[in-house]
Design a protein around this ligand. Structure first.
Ligand code: GDP
Ligand code: MG
Length: 424
């Protein structure tokens, strides 16, 4: 389950870090420093010990007997005992005192972590004020289990095409309008996009739908997809597809899931499984509902007025138009005329279309847009940032080029051999 930092618990319980560490020592629990984390179960145990200590005499185990140096301090001191006590309690309040039992290094680390935590809390508080954003969903699973069919069904039933003839171009993502709001689907073939994007350190999906064919159950790529979602810490929903088939056996799929520690709700676990058919559309509405529910629990928010941030979903070169890149807007708002930098390339957004092919002037968070303006094709997963103007874009790129060259140089340098170090 969840883990908590030692100093956080100490603070919560109103005890010194040193006392906290001595309790852990008594319990035989290993730690590296006050910033180490411990299990939630252990926290409960410690809370019990501290409460008990407060209820009865002074405190816990070791602290029952004053430490020798402390006793000496009081004895040799000329000040009166209670004065010493007042002083001690004052000292107790400042962790930067040697009295906390921590080394200078640990204290510095503690201060840094506390500052970090405060900043995180402030950021979380600020974030709670931001508007919600639509979830971005990726569909993964074994080949032929129905990923494309499911996406097609959702697209055809939930997207109003704006292009003449109703045929929308493939842009790697689309927006579905549901009764609970927008849901954005990443729709690049297989889960390549998801993995290549992840490999570059960006997380584009908020929710993963694992498609499992009810007549085939768990297959190698199913396990792979599950592993990817778990590694990305993305919540998962299981769509048990092809339930229209006579040989469909959704119960077997659920039983099989339990063998890989994914326990469906009706087996007492917390994994949501939704029986669907991409052929008849059965259950698709339920799936969309569960996606919205999961998104709600995730409390997805973004700042449309904040600094722009996006990620490349895919790109291609159109013979007439030039480079067409699909960008997922993650933060802020992207506008026509903006200068964008991707890696060591930049471009000015000349035109922008939404995933249904409609021309738009601006796009907020969780919106996939196809943009025209890059001179070179960016790769999926590359991060997109915005600069004030062309000059700033060039400067940013120059900095990146220099950094890359330095890194290349560093890699080229031959490693020192033992002879180099020891001399002739
Ligand atoms: P993908 O490889 O996961 O994208 O799978 P596809 O969407 O290409 O589907 C593979 C095959 O299964 C195709 O022949 C689909 O027509 C079929 N298929 C997909 N979903 C269903 C379904 O719900 N019911 C039935 N009977 N067939 C389906
Ligand atoms: Mg497919």
């Amino acid at each position: 389950m969840s883990k908590i930092r030692i100093y956080t618990i100490a603070k919560e319980l109103g005890i010194e870090n040193a006392e906290m560490l001595s309790i852990l020592d008594d319990l035989g629990i290993e730690y590296k420093s006050v910033s180490s984390t411990i299990e939630e179960d252990t926290v409960e145990l410690i809370k019990g010990i501290v409460a008990e200590g407060r209820g009865s005499a002074p405190a816990v185990a070791q602290t029952d007997q004053p430490q020798p140096e402390k006793q000496e301090e009081v004895n040799t001191d000329t000040v009166q005992n209670d004065q010493a006590k007042t002083e001690k309690s004052r000292v107790d309040q400042t962790p930067a005192q040697a009295d906390s039992g921590l080394s200078a290094e640990e204290l510095a680390e503690l201060a840094e972590l506390e500052a970090e935590e405060a900043a995180e809390q402030a950021a979380a508080a600020a974030r709670a004020e931001l508007p919600h954003r639509a979830p971005v969903v990726t569909i993964m699973g074994h080949v032929d289990h129905g990923k494309t069919s499911l996406l097609d069904y959702i697209r055809s039933s939930k997207v109003a095409a704006k292009e003449a003839g109703g045929i929308t171009q493939h842009v790697g993502a689309f927006e579905a309008k549901t009764s609970k709001g927008r849901v954005v689907f990443i729709d690049t073939p297989g889960h390549e996009a998801f993995t290549s994007i992840r490999a570059r350190g960006a997380n584009v999906a908020d929710i993963a739908v694992i498609v499992i064919a009810a007549d085939d159950s768990l297959m190698p790529q199913t396990r792979e997809a599950i592993a990817h979602a778990q590694a990305a810490k993305v919540p998962m929903l299981v769509a048990i597809n092809k339930v229209d088939l006579a040989q469909a056996d959704p119960e077997r799929v659920k039983a099989d899931l339990t063998t890989i520690n994914l326990v469906p709700e009706d087996y007492g676990g917390d994994v949501i499984t939704v029986p669907v058919s991409a052929r008849t559309g059965e259950g698709v509405e339920d799936l969309l509902e569960y996606i919205s529910l999961t998104a709600e629990l995730e409390d997805l928010r973004a700042d449309p007025k904040g600094e722009f941030g996006g990620v490349i979903i895919e790109s291609r070169v159109d013979k007439q138009a030039g480079v067409l890149a699909t960008v997922m807007v993650q933060e802020g708002t992207l506008k026509v005329g903006d200068f964008l930098v991707v890696g060591e390339n930049y471009g000015k957004v000349k035109a922008m279309t939404d995933s249904a092919g409609g021309r738009i002037k601006e796009a907020g968070p969780s919106t996939p847009v196809q943009i025209l303006g890059f001179s070179e094709s960016p790769s999926s997963g590359e991060l997109v940032s915005r600069t004030e103007n062309e000059h700033a874009a060039r400067e940013l790129i120059a900095g990146r080029e220099e950094k890359r060259r330095e890194e290349e140089e560093a890699r080229k340098k031959p490693k020192l051999s033992l002879d180099d170090i020891l001399g002739p």
